[in-house]
Design a binder for this molecule. Structure first.
Ligand code: GDP
Length: 300
């Protein structure tokens, strides 16, 4: 994955140096941890996450499991891998479905994060699994948003619930509620509610999103975040967690050439799992997120 190319190379170099050692001294471990720390910071991973991560690696690398290992350097690489999987959320987390359909999935995030595109991707993915999703256009902020959602719905071959044309006015909370009621009536088993984003975090946006959340009581609230956003990722994620709260994260634009590390910090600082990764503009460029696979991509 392009995003983590540099980070991967840097860590590979660090590990190569390490592998030429036989028995490891404390200074070998410190040197390695320092290199990992620099590589993660340069990849935009948040400082607090880097500190926790390198602290855990250092403690384990100086401990018995490494001393006793046949190949101590290899053991350190293994520890880094395990700790990386940990900051990426550990086990893979799948979408949770409601016991009584429809399952309501609400999308939240800044404007341009990739919510509308994700609505189409998720719908196509779920349709492929035999579900009958419907998209609900509760983004009435951006003049073209409803139209854009209709386009992705058509591309995905799924239904859409939108306010009458001439939108831009109207109540997004009511649209969301009516959309869920409509979905029930038409027996759609999944409702995906697209919501408005702003360029920056703002109080009105948060209130609107949290009003929608209260009105439709979603089973999942997915916070969509652009992997290219850099160090702002952590502050943005915290603001959304406080303002709306979310049950899971979707990393979008992982195909870009940004350093991506900040987005990876999000799972760690919010304690919410990354559920999907979006890797392109096409609706098929989307995949469930596997922490272990992502860790291998970064480390291999
Ligand atoms: P929204 O404002 O959050 O609804 O964001 P959009 O879904 O409109 O996406 C904003 C822009 O990013 C659009 O031009 C999308 O085509 C593009 N986009 C969305 N997801 C991805 C992705 O995973 N990779 C790339 N390269 N572009 C994406």
């Amino acid at each position: 994955m392009a995003t983590f190319g540099t980070l991967s190379d840097r860590l590979a170099d660090t590990f190569k140096n390490l592998r030429t050692r036989g028995k490891l001294t404390a200074s070998d471990v410190d040197g390695t941890v320092r290199e990992i720390r620099r590589a993660l910071l340069d990849a935009d991973v948040a400082l607090e996450v880097v500190k926790t991560f390198t602290g855990a690696v250092r403690e384990r690398a100086l401990g018995d499991e490494v001393n006793r290992a046949l190949n101590p350097a290899q053991q350190v690489v293994q520890i880094v891998n395990e700790e990386l999987i940990g900051i990426l959320g550990g086990q893979q987390r799948r979408l949770e479905f409601a016991k009584n359909p429809p399952t309501v999935i609400m999308l939240a995030g800044l404007q341009g994060a990739g919510k509308t595109t994700l609505a189409g991707k998720l719908a196509l993915h779920l349709k492929g699994e035999g579900h009958t999703p419907i998209l609900v256009a509760s983004d009435l902020q951006r003049p073209n948003a409803v139209n854009q959602l209709q386009v992705v719905a058509e591309q995905a071959g799924v239904a859409v619930f939108a306010p009458e044309p001439g939108n831009g006015v109207g109540d997004p909370v009511k649209v969301a509620k009516d959309g869920v009621a409509y979905a029930k009536q038409k027996q759609h088993d999944i409702v995906i509610v697209d919501t408005a984003g702003r360029l920056g975090v703002d109080a009105d946006l948060m209130k609107q999103a949290s009003d929608i959340r209260r009105a439709v009581n979603p089973d999942e609230v997915l916070f969509v975040i652009d992997a290219m956003i850099g160090q702002d990722a952590v502050a943005t994620a915290r603001a959304f967690q406080e303002g709306v709260d979310f049950t899971g994260v979707v990393l979008s634009k992982l195909d870009g050439d940004a350093r991506g590390g900040a987005a990876l910090s999000v799972a760690s600082v919010t304690g919410r799992p990354i559920i999907f990764a979006s890797t392109g503009e096409k609706l098929t460029e989307f995949e469930p997120f596997h922490p272990d696979r992502m860790a291998s991509r970064i480390l291999d």
